[in-house]
Write a protein that binds this ligand. Structure first.
Ligand code: NAI
Length: 246
């Protein structure tokens, strides 16, 4: 069994790659090729099967190249974790059209392109599983994160439409909505002290009272990409410590 994990070089994607490698060949796809290669080397060294490929998920040519490369060098792609993303905070009056486009291109167009590229192979085999990374914030809405929240809401909507279209043909498609997870995305641009204060603020909203770990998200992804979730499609599942209940 083979899986592509986008954004696999860091954070949640890295956690998913580590966990999925226990049972699948993992194609670690990231615009940070050095990071993807380092992780693939480590996993191969530990006796797992992993490959690294460079991709910019916002580019159709790059995504097509990633899937072609994986199919040629690894084999059929049975599963996809479309997870690459980034986060940029800004008050609404400071958001430029370039900021808007960058957010939509990586998150919404990226998920669309990656799903579209793996679907033909899955449909030909009448079987496949896809997980797209949305966020709790898709449902909540958060000040200073308007573009991010809009993009994550679009990913959830896109996931439901793709699931409606392809579940009858054997491909289950779900989204995850993580709460705050301790990954580089939360730490970027913050000193340890500022991060600690930020984490305290974030965890006030989390009934479990702490940040989640990448592996706590990875177990959800592993479940949704496995036969254990054979009756689940079109859902937004939240590994979120209870931050959002709906
Ligand atoms: P991260 O910054 O640790 O990892 C993101 C990875 O995506 C990086 O390796 C980066 O190089 C890659 N990437 C970004 N843009 C790319 C592009 N255009 N093409 C290819 N690769 C690209 O961040 P983290 O936390 O692991 O985030 C992963 C996903 O989870 C993102 O979609 C993020 O929005 C989402 N998320 C994160 C939460 C958190 O609290 N950490 C909460 C909810 C959602």
């Amino acid at each position: 069994m083979n899986v592509i994990v986008t954004g696999g070089a860091s954070g949640i994607g890295e956690g998913a790659a580590r966990r999925l490698a226990r049972r699948m060949h993992v194609v670690i796809a990231d615009r940070n090729f050095a990071g993807a290669k380092k992780l693939a080397d480590e996993l191969n060294g530990a006796g797992h099967k992993a490959s690294a490929v460079e991709v910019d998920v916002s580019s159709k040519a790059s995504v097509t190249g990633m899937v072609d490369w994986a199919q040629k060098n690894v084999g059929d792609i049975h599963a996809l974790f479309a997870n690459a993303g980034f986060n940029r905070r800004a008050p609404i009056e400071q958001i430029t059209v370039e900021d808007w486009d960058a957010m939509m291109n990586t998150h919404v167009k990226g998920v669309f392109l990656c799903n579209q590229a793996v679907l033909p192979g899955m449909l030909a085999r009448g079987k496949g599983a896809i997980v797209n990374t949305s966020s709790d914030f898709a449902v909540m809405g958060v000040a200073n994160l308007a573009t991010y929240c809009a993009a994550k809401a679009a990913i959830y909507s896109l996931t439901k439409s793709i699931a409606q279209e392809f579940t009858p043909r054997g491909v289950r498609v779900n989204a995850i909505g993580p709460g705050p997870i301790d990954t580089p995305i939360l730490r970027q641009g913050r000193s340890d002290e500022v991060f600690a204060e930020h984490a305290r603020r974030l965890t006030r909203l989390v009934p479990l009272g702490r940040l989640g770990t990448a592996d706590e998200v990875a177990v959800t992804v592993d479940f949704l990409l496995s036969e254990k979730s054979s009756f689940i499609s079109g859902q937004l599942i939240h590994p979120n410590g209870g931050q959002l209940m709906w």
